[in-house]
Design a protein. Structure first.
Length: 312
C-alpha cells in the first residue's frame, strides 16, 4: 500500500529530529574534523605563537637562554627602523608593477584564447610552461639573460643602441628586471583563471546585448567585465598576497642590491636572522609584516562585502 504525502512528510520530520538529537549528543562532525584541526594547529597556529613569543625576547643563534625584553624589537627593528620601511616600500612597488603587468597580459591572452578551442590546445601548453618552473630557476635564468657581459637581452638591445642599460646594477632597472621575471612566470596563472571565468559566463546576456545593437567594446565593458568581477577579485587577491612574499628572485638575481634597492621585506627578515644572527628582531619584523598583510586582507574583505551589499 502506497504511503500518502502526509505520511512521507511526517517520516522526514522524525528523521530530521533524530538526526539533530544525535548531533547534539554525539558531535560526529567535530570528531571527524578533529585530526585535521589538530594538524592545522600544529603546523600553523603553533609556529605563529612561537614566533610571537620569540619576538618578545633577545634570542639569537647562540645557545644562551633568551631574556624577555617586551616590545623593544618592534620599536627598534620595525617601527623606528628606516630600513624596514624601505623594504616595505620596495615590496609594495614590486607588487604593484608585477600584479598590474600580469593582469594586463593575462587578460589579453585569455581574451585571445576565449572560444578558440582548437587553437587553445596548440598554445596553452607553452603559455603555461613558465608557471611550473621553480622560482629559483627563473631567477637564475633571468640573471643570465640580463647579464651585462654575455646576456642575450643586452646583446639584442645593442643593435638599437640600448645595449648599455645596467639591468642588474642600477637601483631602478634591477627592480624592473625582477618585475619582468615575475611577470613572465605568473602571467599564465592569471590567464588560466580569467580564461576559466570567461568560459563559464552565460551566453544569454552577450547575445541579448548584441541583439540590441551593442558593439563588441560595449558588450565587453557593460556585460563581460561586470560578470567577471568575482573572478578578477579572487585572482587579484591571490597574486597580491603571493607577490608580497618576494624572496627567491631577489636572492638569485640581485642579492638585494645594488645597495638595498631590491631588498624586499622577506629578504630583510632573512638577512636579519641568518646573516646578522638576530633571530628575535627577525621574528618581530616577520610578525609586523604579517600584520600588514593581514590588514590588507581585511580591507579587501571589507570592500568585497561592501560592494556586494551595495549591489543589492
Amino acid at each position: 500500500m502506497a504511503r500518502s504525502p502526509n505520511d512521507l512528510g511526517a517520516t522526514r520530520s522524525r528523521i530530521r529530529r533524530v538526526s539533530r538529537t544525535l548531533e547534539r549528543r554525539y558531535p560526529v562532525r567535530w570528531v571527524l574534523a578533529a585530526p585535521a584541526l589538530v594538524l592545522l594547529a600544529i603546523s600553523v597556529a603553533l609556529p605563529i605563537l612561537l614566533t610571537i613569543l620569540l619576538s618578545l625576547t633577545d634570542a639569537g643563534l647562540a645557545g644562551d637562554l633568551p631574556d624577555f625584553i617586551g616590545f623593544d624589537n618592534y620599536l627598534f627593528q620595525a617601527i623606528f627602523n628606516d630600513r624596514f620601511y624601505g623594504a616595505i616600500f620596495t615590496t609594495v612597488v614590486f607588487m604593484i608593477g608585477a600584479v598590474f603587468s600580469q593582469f594586463i597580459l593575462g587578460f589579453g591572452f585569455a581574451l585571445l584564447l576565449w572560444g578558440q578551442k582548437k587553437r587553445r590546445k596548440l598554445f596553452l601548453t607553452p603559455l603555461l610552461a613558465p608557471m611550473f618552473i621553480t622560482w629559483v630557476a627563473v631567477g637564475l635564468i633571468f640573471r643570465f639573460i640580463f647579464n651585462q657581459e654575455f646576456g642575450i637581452v643586452p646583446h639584442l638591445l645593442g643593435f638599437v643602441g640600448l645595449g648599455n642599460v645596467p639591468w642588474l646594477s642600477d637601483p631602478t632597472f634591477a627592480l624592473v628586471t625582477i618585475v619582468i621575471a615575475d611577470t613572465w612566470q605568473w602571467t599564465p596563472f592569471i590567464m588560466i583563471l580569467i580564461l576559466a571565468g570567461l568560459e563559464s559566463l552565460p551566453k544569454a546576456p552577450h547575445e541579448a546585448a548584441k541583439t540590441d545593437g551593442a558593439s563588441d567594446v560595449e558588450v565587453f565593458k557593460d556585460v563581460t567585465l561586470p560578470l567577471m568581477k568575482p573572478v578578477l577579485a579572487i585572482a587579484l587577491f591571490i597574486r597580491t598576497i603571493e607577490a608580497s612574499k618576494l624572496f627567491p628572485k631577489v636572492i638569485t638575481m640581485t642579492n638585494g642590491g645594488p645597495g638595498t634597492a631590491t631588498e624586499s621585506i622577506s629578504y630583510l627578515i632573512y638577512k636579519t636572522a641568518f646573516t646578522n644572527f638576530q633571530i628575535a628582531p627577525a621574528a618581530s619584523q616577520a610578525v609586523s609584516a604579517t600584520l600588514m598583510v593581514l590588514g590588507f586582507a581585511l580591507v579587501y574583505w571589507w570592500l568585497q562585502v561592501r560592494g556586494e551589499n551595495y549591489g543589492r
